[in-house]
Design a protein around this ligand. Structure first.
Ligand SMILES: O=C(O)CCC(=O)C(=O)O
Ligand SMILES: [Fe+2]
Length: 370
């Protein structure tokens, strides 16, 4: 069985020589229809710290009635709420064919519903260039500081659990559960707005993804607790992720960062208040004593993970694409499936992540960093 430590000589997208660590063996690679999306690690190319940029949310340009995305007079386009508080499923539209007006309305729908699932898509077959352009419409693409990517496309975050890469399952054995709610790389100074995830191979059963509405999570809090949290920032840290990756022999392509984000964040388009902390990356509440911070974060993390009445869970097939707004949701992979030597249970996909604005809270409270 191959491991992630196999190194191959390659060239990057600019034609420069690089060393690639591959997380699959050649036999699996050659047999895979979606070999181009298998995980690799460029172990050579370092990235400087991300620079601040002006983010324009496409949702600002959307018609709130969404006549282009969800026309009332077209019965072949169907939209159904997954649950009352979060999630919408759409059939009858191809993401690859959306007009700009439809994409603007999708950005707004994502802000309102948290996650939007598209069924029966050709998206995984339109090629990396068009997939990247689709993502870029919504914002600057994030390059993960440590994650596996796709050869020649470092902005694609590769998701792969096959018989030759049991990394993720192996790591989960010391925990009672594999679930871990997070908002993608929320430690960034301009953390992600929209993430797109699609799977190209799915296990027969299992491997769903779950989302929580961070807007509903905020709404449920008592008035005094809302007021208390509104004045505070929390530390979101990329250091443990980078340290774990380095410990496991992975390349850290960008030095880890921390940000101090408002705990109650306001979505720039809907103006909705959301609870912007997550168990994945939030470490402490700035200005509180350690025990106070630990107790309050424990309460909030339990609320996020345990409140099924503000959650949605999606079963994948290989023509499903899910998009979510990281500013108003937290999500978790549900790694409940086994991969055997015959390759049954294999789960493969890729994620494209767009960066958003520097978070703003109540009364103009802004994120800070050191
Ligand atoms: O694999 C999944 O279901 C979700 C993984 C994840 O958290 C992500 O792609 O951001
Ligand atoms: Fe994620």
């Amino acid at each position: 069985m191959a491991t992630v430590t196999q190194i191959k000589e390659a060239t990057n997208a600019e034609g420069q020589p690089i060393k690639l660590a591959v997380a699959y063996d050649d036999k699996v690679h050659n047999e895979s229809k979606y070999a181009a999306y298998l995980p690799v690690y460029d172990t050579t190319t370092k990235f400087p710290p991300t620079e601040l940029f002006d983010f324009n949310d496409r949702g600002h340009d959307a018609d709130p009635a969404k006549p282009n995305l969800l026309p009332k007079e077209n019965p072949s386009i169907k939209a159904a709420k997954l649950t009352p508080r979060i999630g919408t499923e759409i059939t009858g539209l191809q993401l690859s064919q959306l007009s700009d007006a439809q994409k603007d309305e999708l950005a707004l729908l994502l802000a309102e519903r948290g996650v939007v699932v598209f069924r029966d898509q050709d998206f995984k077959d339109i090629g990396p260039q068009k997939q990247k352009e689709f993502g870029q419409y919504f914002g600057r693409l994030h390059v993960h500081p440590v994650g596996a990517h796709v050869k020649d496309h470092i902005e694609f975050h590769s998701i792969y659990l096959g018989k030759d890469n049991l990394y993720r399952l192996g790591r989960s054995t010391s925990k009672l559960t594999t679930t871990g709610y997070h908002s993608d790389v929320s430690y960034e100074h301009q953390p992600p707005a929209i993430t797109l995830l699609t799977l190209v191979q799915v296990p027969e059963t299992g491997g769903d993804t779950g989302w929580t509405s961070q807007a509903a999570a905020y709404d449920r809090l008592s008035e005094p607790l809302k007021v208390f949290l509104e004045g505070l920032r929390a530390e979101h840290s990329g250091f443990p992720q980078a340290e774990n990756a380095a410990r496991d022999g992975h390349f850290v392509r960008r030095e880890p960062v921390k940000s101090y984000h408002p705990i109650v964040r306001i979505h720039p388009v809907t103006k909705q208040k959301v609870l912007f902390v997550n168990p994945g990356f939030t470490k402490r509440i700035v200005g509180l004593k350690d025990e106070e911070s630990d107790a309050i974060l424990k309460l909030l993390f339990r609320h996020i993970a345990a409140s099924q009445d503000i959650q949605a869970r999606v079963k994948w097939d290989d023509r499903t694409v899910a998009l979510w707004d990281n500013r108003v949701t937290a999500h978790t992979a549900i790694s409940d499936y086994d991969v055997n030597e015959e390759g049954e249970g294999l789960r493969q996909g890729f994620r494209i992540t767009t960066l958003g604005e520097v978070p703003t809270g109540v009364d103009g409270l802004k994120s800070e960093w050191d």
